[in-house]
Write a protein that binds this ligand. Structure first.
Ligand SMILES: [Zn+2]
Length: 209
């Protein structure tokens, strides 16, 4: 799926559908940041657009993987077809039952969750929730794009052996701590919010140019 999201064909357009629990709508600046990066990294002659869609119930305080899959089943409106690739983002309240320190989770090849309450709690006086959200949304998209070494083999040795499918470099948005509540203490100078040169070389490999 990463190749379809990235490449020029068959999908000529990429649509990001964002569903959210009341009060947990991702900030426009985070969505704009993500869209800007996707426009740079993908080859889509008919564009990359983000759309805010269904409001999610938010009746739980903790979500299992099955709970999140059930939400997608019920509320995801757009599915990829030949000419359009689609991605679904669920911005949730509460936490992830599979790991309470989780800020974000890529749960299928075309969908990921943001745990907005955890993102708020991870912030401190030095690192804002806005900057964390921007990093987490980019990180989870990176997993959907195949980073690091998901279904391909990088020409560069940049995967963290302790944290599979993550970058070993703290300057990459694919560093493991970006999706963990320890983000603001581990990445004190502010978390990275973009792919580094090795990630970008991998994306070039996957999109075929
Ligand atoms: Zn990750």
């Amino acid at each position: 799926m990463a190749r379809i999201i990235l490449g020029a064909s068959p999908a000529r357009r990429l649509v990001i559908e964002i569903a959210y629990v009341s009060g947990r709508r991702p900030s426009q600046q985070a969505v704009d940041h993500l869209t800007t990066i996707l426009k740079r990294e993908t080859v889509k002659s008919e564009g990359v657009v983000a759309t805010f869609d269904a409001q999610l119930p938010g009746t739980r305080s903790s979500y299992s993987l099955n709970n999140i899959l059930a939400l997608e089943q019920r509320y995801r409106r757009l599915h990829s077809n030949g000419e359009v690739a689609t991605i679904w983002i669920a911005a949730l309240n509460g936490d992830y039952a599979g790991g309470s320190g989780t800020l974000g989770l890529a749960f299928t090849a075309t969908s990921f969750a943001l745990f907005e309450d955890q993102i708020q709690q991870a912030a401190n006086v030095f690192v804002s929730a806005d900057s964390i959200e921007r990093s987490v949304i980019t990180h989870e998209m990176g997993h959907l794009l195949g980073l690091v070494n998901i279904g391909y083999r990088s020409h560069y040795d940049h995967e963290d052996p302790q944290h599979p499918h993550h970058s070993k470099y703290q300057t990459s948005v694919m560093y493991w701590a970006v999706e963990d509540t320890s983000i603001a203490t581990i990445l004190r100078g502010g978390p990275p919010d973009d792919f580094d040169q090795y990630d970008r070389a991998d994306l070039a490999l996957l999109r075929g140019r």
